[in-house]
Design a binder for this molecule. Structure first.
Ligand code: HEC
Length: 172
């Protein structure tokens, strides 16, 4: 990463910090008006590839969860949730410079969302341990919600669906 990229990433961080603060103090109109951040992450190719690999793993695990939940296979749900919870990109296969890059390159808000995501995976595991089907389904929906929130904000290029305008829904 050249110095130019680092500068841009700093500016991005400030923008996100301000948007985050507005959101926290409850200015939903303004927060929604904030630009989506498809270019908010400035990661080198190597680190971006690691993130994508983690995402593919998470996607596979989420699909496995659907079947495990529908089958009431509590142990499988616990096991898969634990795998998701532990798959924290910052704790894996990273060289020291890559780790530094992630620390510096990922906006704080992204890290918060990521932390929340892993916490939700943990809660899903606990619901499965309690054999509470209704709570399992609820926690699973919260986990999926995390995917959409983070993608809408930070993966707009990869998932342009989140930035297309909403259509009015007329039920039939
Ligand atoms: C904290 C943020 C965050 C959360 C939470 C998150 N993702 Fe992602 N995900 C990303 C980002 C950023 C990308 C875009 C990576 C890129 O294109 O470089 C991505 C990309 C992906 C991709 C595409 C990978 C590829 O090979 O291009 C898949 C699939 C995916 N995510 C699945 C999921 C699923 C399923 C969940 C929830 C169960 C989830 N993600 C939760 C940030 C997140």
């Amino acid at each position: 990463m050249g110095p130019k990229t680092t500068g841009r990433s700093c500016a991005g961080k400030i923008v996100i910090g301000v948007a985050g603060a507005l959101w926290l103090i409850g200015a939903p109109g303004l927060a929604r008006a904030a630009p989506p951040g498809p270019d908010a992450l400035h990661l080198s190719r190597d680190v971006a590839a690691l993130l994508q690999a983690e995402m593919r793993e998470i996607a596979g695990a989420s699909q496995a969860l659907v079947l495990a939940i529908a089958s009431g296979d509590w142990e499988a749900i616990e096991h898969i949730s634990e795998r998701i919870r532990a798959s924290y990109v910052m704790e894996r296969e990273l060289s020291a410079p890559q780790r530094e890059e992630l620390e510096a390159g990922l906006p704080d808000h992204f890290k918060t969302l990521d932390g929340e995501f892993h916490l939700r995976a943990e809660k899903l595991g606990s619901a499965a341990a309690a054999r509470d089907a209704e709570l399992v389904v609820f926690q699973f929906s919260r986990l999926l919600e995390s995917c959409t929130v983070c993608h809408g904000r930070y993966a707009g290029d990869r998932f342009p669906g989140f930035s297309s305008p909403r259509r009015e829904h007329h039920g039939h």
